[in-house]
Design a protein around this ligand. Structure first.
Ligand code: 13P
Length: 251
């Protein structure tokens, strides 16, 4: 059975006390959300242990926004998968477009990161998506297919049980410009087909594929009604507990 998930990527926002407050509010309101909808929050590294504490006893799972491509050692400023797991994370986001764009994250690095995350029993929220230029050139299917092939095809069908794909068109992130439900659905269907061709129909059927990019309470219902959209990866609207929960109630 395919899981519905609404995940909040807090990006580089909130101080630790603000993050704890937000997490507590999300945890408290999470009881109103349908049981079938999984909730995840991804605060900055500095917040993880305290947010884990704030989420205790609730249905809300904890995710990191990134992880190191090494297990430990002399890698100043990096955070390893075991550290994330020991801080209470059960997921990590990987390959977000902001990491690809601003921090030079490559497919090769991502293969390492996915490998380490899965080995540490972390679920992976793997992000893909085209930029505006690629969309305007009609290359979006190709770009997204390549991003999946170059990284996820290095893994097994069994591994895919712990992978969620998030389609986030770069032109829709933080711009207020959402992909239309039709635009999102057609690329989600393409992603599911790419997964089916490589890993089999059952893996594709069970794969949770999230949409991200200016998803908010006012457009979530239409997006989530699409047959291949199984939830959202939410940026800005995840910083307000009421909006985040309203999105989760949009199924
Ligand atoms: P916004 O919801 O702020 O557009 O961000 C989406 C995103 O990048 C989530 O990872």
């Amino acid at each position: 059975m395919r899981k519905h998930i609404v995940a909040g990527n807090w990006k580089m926002n909130t101080t630790v006390p603000e993050g704890i407050e937000l997490a507590k509010a999300v945890a408290a309101k999470s009881v109103e959300t349908p049981e079938s909808v999984g909730l995840i929050v991804a605060p900055p590294f500095t917040h993880l242990a305290s947010v884990a504490e704030a989420l205790k006893g609730s249905k809300v799972a904890l995710s990191a926004q990134n992880c190191a491509d090494h297990t430990k050692g002399a890698y100043t400023g990096e955070v390893a998968v075991d550290m994330l797991a020991s801080a209470g994370c059960t997921y990590t986001i990987l390959g977000h477009s902001e990491r690809r764009q601003y921090y030079g994250e490559t497919d090769q690095t991502l293969v390492e990161k996915v490998k380490l995350a899965l080995a540490a029993n972390l679920g992976v929220i793997f992000c893909v998506g085209e930029n505006l230029e690629q969309r305007e050139a009609g290359k979006h299917f190709e770009v997204v297919t390549d991003q999946i092939k170059n990284v996820l095809f290095q893994f097994s069908a069994e591994d895919m049980k712990n992978v969620v794909i998030a389609y986030e068109p770069v032109w829709a992130i933080g711009t207020g410009k959402t992909a239309s439900a039709e635009q999102a659905q057609e690329i989600h269907a393409c992603i599911r087909k790419v997964v089916a061709d490589q890993f089999g129909a059952q893996v594709a059927e069970d794969m949770t594929i999230l949409y991200g990019g200016s998803c908010k309470p006012s457009n979530a219902k239409e997006l989530f009604a699409c047959p291949d959209i199984d939830g959202g990866l939410i940026g800005g609207a995840a910083l307000k507990a009421d909006d985040f929960i309203a999105i989760a109630m949009s199924f």
